[in-house]
Design a protein around this ligand. Structure first.
Ligand SMILES: [Zn+2]
Length: 427
């Protein structure tokens, strides 16, 4: 009697056993496979049973990836050991919260979401708005909700009224309360939860990334995430859950050197009428400049000649570079709301606040957010590069739900186990 030879050692990938069987007896072979499948999936079609049933989309505001090596959050270190860490995760430019939180949960660039910065000058309405919420792209919660999932969000202001059955604000900076709220929504059968842990950003602004305050904030988030993971295990759903722990942007200390001129001041000195707030906006304002670590410059009422002059004035600022339309388009910025130009400090420079204690973000220097992916279907290891807008399509790929048409990101294939990629090619 031919005995099946198991040529590959069974590989355990988060609870699923894959066995490749080679045999001279096809009949015997098939019956062994059926037997294994029946044990594993108790009669459910293999693919449906294997797709993870839960997604936890955890975002820590301002959590730079080096905090792992600096502060050793042990629960996150365990998560890294069990999943994938993206070494260089590229967020949305400018590296500030509102556009990045929007892009994280949509998988789309600001040119698609319409959410370009924390405050924006809306040319069509001729006004400056704070904290824009008019996201034009589909959120991952909306996609999953349409597919029949129960969904929830905790502190995630870009998911409020955007495809969630449950929404709760639970102390942005209080990690334990955030975990409590997530667990409460799991008890209500939510299968997707998008949550924000906020403490690291506020501590970073106050004291800078290398500070006791940030260390405390990081460890408090770690403890709360650790408790969340333990609870998932107790509930018996850990093995069926995809977890991403990510950040909207990183954090830097203020630089010692200041750029040679603040953009709005340089323009005023050159004779332009400039507004930097809604209060200053008058009928004869020529240029609007908004600060967000970088400075967004919107031309309101200028001739071509004046535009060229203003661009020259800005490009003469030492310690900064001026990004024009072409560069901004290449970064996925919104073609209207991101400004006509962005003045961005070069490495080592700050526009305002140089030498100050504390921290800031907004520039290219803060393109260092954490990005972890963990769960059935992911490899254990690291991926060199990915964008934060790739998280949504990657998670949807593993739960076998097509991404919305508005998604600009791509599936991070290097993060996915080869057998899982092969399986979807054969479907
Ligand atoms: Zn911040």
């Amino acid at each position: 009697m031919a005995t099946p030879e198991i040529t590959d050692a069974p590989a355990v990938e988060r609870g699923v056993v894959h066995v490749r069987v080679h045999s001279r007896s096809k009949f015997r072979n098939a019956s062994v496979v059926c037997f294994i499948l029946s044990i594993l999936f108790s009669g459910t079609p293999a693919n449906a049973a294997r797709a993870p049933k839960y997604i936890l989309f955890l975002t820590a505001d301002g959590f730079r990836t080096d905090y792992i090596e600096w502060y050793h959050p042990t629960n996150l270190e365990k998560l890294i050991a069990e999943g994938v860490r993206v070494v260089h995760a590229r967020p949305i430019f400018p590296t500030v919260t509102t556009p990045n939180m929007t892009s994280l949960v949509t998988g789309s660039y600001p040119r698609t979401t319409g959410v370009a910065c924390n405050s924006e000058y809306l040319k069509e309405e001729d006004r400056i708005i704070q904290s824009p919420r008019d996201n034009q792209a589909e959120t991952i919660a909306e996609t999953l909700h349409k597919a029949g999932w129960k969904t929830g969000a905790v502190n995630h202001f870009m998911l409020e009224h955007r495809g969630v059955d449950f929404y709760e604000t639970a102390g942005y900076d209080n990690a334990e309360k955030t975990t409590d709220a997530i667990l409460g929504q799991l008890d209500k059968q939510a299968r997707f939860i998008g949550a924000i842990y906020g403490a690291a950003d506020h501590a970073g602004h106050q004291a800078g990334p290398r500070s006791e305050q940030v260390k405390e904030a990081v460890l408090s988030i770690d403890k709360a995430v650790g408790r969340l993971l333990s609870e998932l295990k107790l509930k018996g759903i850990y093995e069926q859950t995809l977890i991403t722990f990510n950040a909207d942007h990183g954090m830097s200390s203020f630089e010692d050197k200041a750029v040679s001129a603040v953009p709005a001041e340089a323009l005023k000195r050159a004779g332009f009428r400039v507004a930097t707030s809604q209060k200053q906006l008058t009928s004869d304002t020529q240029v609007v400049v908004l600060a967000a670590g970088v400075h967004l410059v919107y031309f309101r009422k200028v001739t071509d000649e004046e535009r060229a002059k203003a661009t020259k004035v800005l490009s003469e600022i030492e310690g900064a570079e001026v990004l024009g339309r072409k560069e901004l388009d290449a970064l996925g910025c919104h073609n209207n709301r991101s400004g006509d130009l962005i003045v961005s400090p070069l490495p080592g420079y700050t526009i305002t606040g140089s030498g100050k204690t504390g921290g800031l973000h907004g520039r290219f220097a803060e393109e260092n957010p954490i990005l972890l992916l963990c769960g059935r279907g992911f490899i254990h290891g690291k991926v060199e590069k990915a964008q934060t807008i790739d998280i949504v399509p990657t998670l949807l790929y593993l739960v076998k739900i097509p991404p919305a048409k508005t998604v600009d990101g791509h599936v991070i294939k290097q993060a996915i186990a080869k057998r899982r990629l092969a399986e979807s090619e054969s479907e």
